[in-house]
Each structure stands twice: as C-alpha cells, then as structure tokens.
Design a protein around this ligand. Structure first.
Ligand SMILES: C[S@@+](CC[C@H](N)C(=O)[O-])C[C@H]1O[C@@H](n2cnc3c(N)ncnc32)[C@H](O)[C@@H]1O
Length: 381
C-alpha cells in the first residue's frame, strides 16, 4: 500500500478486506483429489495462512497501520468494507471511528450463515460483522442495483389487503433495498465456487458489495485477497481491480481463478520472475521447433524442498512468455487445471514467429503455492 500511494492516493473507489480475525488459529488449504470427501482423513492439506498473534495489541497494531493507508488510498467518494467477527470487530470499529470519524460509519452489516458447530456451552457463533465506512458524505450507493424481491408472504399480505404495513404501499415489483443483515450460504464442500483455500467468501456477497458501492470502470481493491473472490467478482462486473496478499498460495489461487474465469490478467508484480524469494520448483521442458509451429512440452517438475511434487498431478498452472525481455514475465499463454479433477495440458504451441525471439520463459505453480521458472535462450543463427 505504501508503494501504491504515489500513483493511487485518493484513487480507489472501494476497498473490501477480510483480514485475519484474531482467532488464534492456523488455516490450511485443501488440495488434491480428496478435497471433496466428507472424511478429514482423506484430505490433503497445505498451510494457508496464520491467524496467531503474541497479543491482541500486536494484531490491532498490524490492522491500524494498514487501515490508515487504506483511508489515504480511498477516493473522496470511496467506501471501505472491513469484514471481521466477534473477536476483533468492536476494537476495529473504535479504530475506524478515529481514522474516518464516527459519523462516517454507514452500516454495521451482519452476515449470517449456517454450518456445523461442536459448541454446546453457548449459542453457535454463526455471524460475521462487516463495518462499512465512507470517506465523505458524498459516496456511491446504487440502491437500485442491489434490490431484492419481497418475500412471498409480504406479497400475499399486500395482495389480500392493500392497506397492510405501516406506511404507504411499497413498490412490490421493484423489490426492496436489502436490510443490514445478510444471509448468504458459506462456500461449503462441493460448492462449485470452492477453490480449497481456507475461509473463502461467497461471490454473491461480494457482488452485492461491489454493485452497491461502485460503478463499472471504478477501481476495487482487496489487500487480503485470499482465494481472489473480490477481484474475480470485480472483473465479472467490469470494474478495475487491485489484489494483494502475503501468501504465495493465495496469489497463485487468485491468478488461477482469474484464468479459469477467462479474465485476462497480467501479473507484472513478479518483475524478477519470482516473488522476491527463490524458486522452490525446478522444471524440465522440451522445445519443438517445427516449420509451422513452435511447441513447449512440460516434461517434469522437481521440488527443491519437502514435500516432493507429484508430476503432473500437483501442477496447477504453467505459462509461457514467448518473447521474454529478460526482466519482466509477460504471460502470453497458459495451461490451467480446473478445480475438480481437471486435466492439465502439457503442451503449449504457437505458430511461427515473424522474428525468432532471443529467449522464452516458462513459469509453473503447484497446489502448495510453490513456483519455479526456466528461461530458454537461443544462440544466434
Ligand atoms: C480470511 S482470508 C481472505 C479470504 C478471502 N476473502 C476469500 O474470499 O478467499 C485472509 C487473507 O489475509 C492474508 N494475510 C494475512 N496477513 C496479511 C498481511 N499482513 N498482508 C496481506 N495479506 C495478509 C492471508 O494470507 C489470507 O489469505
């Protein structure tokens, strides 16, 4: 966010964040074929992200510093949605009151959901709290874009007695602006949206957030993007977007999701072909240099650390920069594995170049968020 200030201060129209909640837990992503099973012993997992802190104060400090930057990045008509639960939302609200001013709290939204819970000594904790603040009094809120139908019982009541209700008869056809409590089912096992990344939020909820608080072409950001829900929905709704996460698995999951969603996406972040860390995978490729067509075949991948990579089953996506400039990886073609049992193409081809490139770069990701790359250089002639 500090790096973005130079170009984006006052330019982001909507920030939605769903950061760690101060739960004290470590979260794992489910990978591999057993992910759909009901039995935990069938699941293959890999670390997703940590929500563990020495003290609550350390957590709040982390959040406060970031919220201050988000305030600066927001446009004068922008909105911030901070998604938390009972662990920290009361403290976060006090911090946001300080940063935005208490009068800028537009809504305290409660997201309610169902799900199994082992708790027997208290009521089951099945809601999250989303704090919605606006930067100024002049903010975007598209009430007509988020209307929902009235319940059948309401329609029946008005059909039998047009004078029902407290005031004047509502416009039943147009539907109503949703209340500040929302029900959306969680992204459960077997849900078609499911990526396996932990604590993934439902697309329908993000759709409501984005439609209400932005217009097409506006800029949406999520600085704790996880599996990429916010930016996928933003792309589907023709909004521009910015995504950030501290976890390489989150970034590769987001990228994979965008590619499967057929949203063109260039990752320019990885300027040096890596994430500022060393490659954890090595790959072996074969180049086919035919008269009409060039092909790259992925032959093998090895991990430089445990656990070993199973080739090709653990490869989630690989891609080619057919005209690599030696500095920035520009992905021109990708092979992506679908979330469930998808096959991955092991050959990427393109027709002959006008001019033979000096070098080609290949990059590959596995289901643990590890990556590796290779540059194939051609000698002149
Ligand atoms: C609750 S998850 C987000 C889930 C997301 N909303 C979704 O639908 O998939 C929180 C995310 O915050 C990330 N995270 C934790 N600390 C971070 C930090 N300091 N900066 C950026 N991301 C961070 C974690 O890696 C994790 O992906």
């Amino acid at each position: 966010m500090l790096a973005l200030l130079a170009d984006y201060e006052g330019k982001i129209d909507l920030i939605y964040i769903d950061p760690p909640f101060l739960t004290g837990n470590a979260y794992h992503a489910r990978i591999g074929r057993g992910e759909d099973s009901r039995r935990p012993e069938d699941w293959e997992t890999t670390p997703g992200y940590q929500d563990t802190w020495e003290t609550g104060a350390e957590y709040l400090e982390m959040l406060y510093r970031r919220l201050e930057l988000m305030y600066r990045l927001l446009s004068p008509t922008g909105s911030l949605y901070l998604h938390l639960d009972w662990h920290a939302s009361a403290y976060a609200r006090v911090m946001l009151d300080e940063i935005f001013g208490p009068e800028r709290l537009l809504n305290e939204i409660v997201w309610v959901y169902h799900g199994p819970s082992p708790i027997k000594s208290a009521f089951n904790r099945k809601h999250d709290t989303i704090l919605l603040y606006t930067k100024s009094k002049d903010y975007t809120f598209n009430a007509d874009d988020v209307r929902v139908p009235y319940k059948d019982s309401t329609l029946k009541t008005f059909a039998s007695s047009p004078k029902a209700g407290f005031g004047k008869k509502p416009n039943l056809k147009r539907g109503k602006v949703p209340e500040d409590w929302w029900y959306f089912p969680v992204v459960a096992r077997l849900h078609s949206e499911r990526t396996g990344y932990p604590t993934q939020k439902p697309e329908a909820m993000l759709e409501r957030v984005i439609r209400a608080s932005t217009n097409p072409g506006d800029l949406v950001a999520d600085f704790f993007v996880g599996s990429g829900t916010t930016v996928n929905v933003a792309a589907n709704l023709s909004r521009r977007w910015l995504a950030c996460d501290a976890s390489p698995l989150a970034l590769s999951t987001t990228y994979r999701r965008l590619l499967l969603n057929e949203q063109a996406c260039e990752i320019q972040l990885w300027k040096d072909l890596n994430l500022g860390i060393e490659d954890q995978l090595q790959l072996q490729v074969e180049l086919h240099d035919g008269p009409d067509e060039w092909g790259i075949e992925l032959k093998a991948a090895y991990s430089l650390e445990d656990p070993p990579i199973e080739f090709p089953d653990d490869v989630t996506l690989w891609e080619v920069d057919w005209d690599h400039d030696g500095a920035e990886f520009r992905s021109s073609q990708q092979a992506v594995r679908d979330w469930r049992d998808g096959d991955l193409g092991l050959r990427l081809t393109r027709s002959q170049f006008d001019k033979k490139p000096d070098q080609i770069a290949i990059r590959l990701f596995d289901n643990r968020g590890r990556f590796g790359h290779k540059v194939v250089r051609f000698t002149s002639g």
